[in-house]
Write a new protein. Structure first.
Length: 96
């Protein structure tokens, strides 16, 4: 299978290392779902990627993972797929 590459460039890159180094006009190269390189966008000038994302005017947080979840809600998700959210919450999540 061919390698899938994504280049995210042009944004303000917050490296998330100990120093929280910030790189203006930064870039991240992702290969097969893994971050393989970060740096200034101009360092990736000749890099070929399957997809290039322009992050100009945005912040880039490599490796930032949203771990917030409500496991009980995930387990009950399919119970009421045809219900409106508020009805589902009132009947399945917070019943009286």
């Amino acid at each position: 299978m061919a390698s899938k590459t994504i280049l995210i460039k042009g944004g303000t890159l917050v490296t998330m290392n100990r120093e929280r180094r910030i790189i203006k006009d930064g870039a991240i190269l992702v290969e097969d779902g893994r971050i393989t390189s970060i740096g200034k966008a101009d360092e990736f000038g000749g890099e070929k990627a399957d997809r290039v994302i322009d992050a100009s005017g945005k912040y880039i947080f490599p490796g930032f993972i949203n771990c917030h979840t409500h496991m009980f809600q995930v387990l009950l998700r399919d119970v009421a797929m045809d219900m409106v959210l508020l009805d589902w919450l009132k009947t399945s999540i917070w019943p009286s």
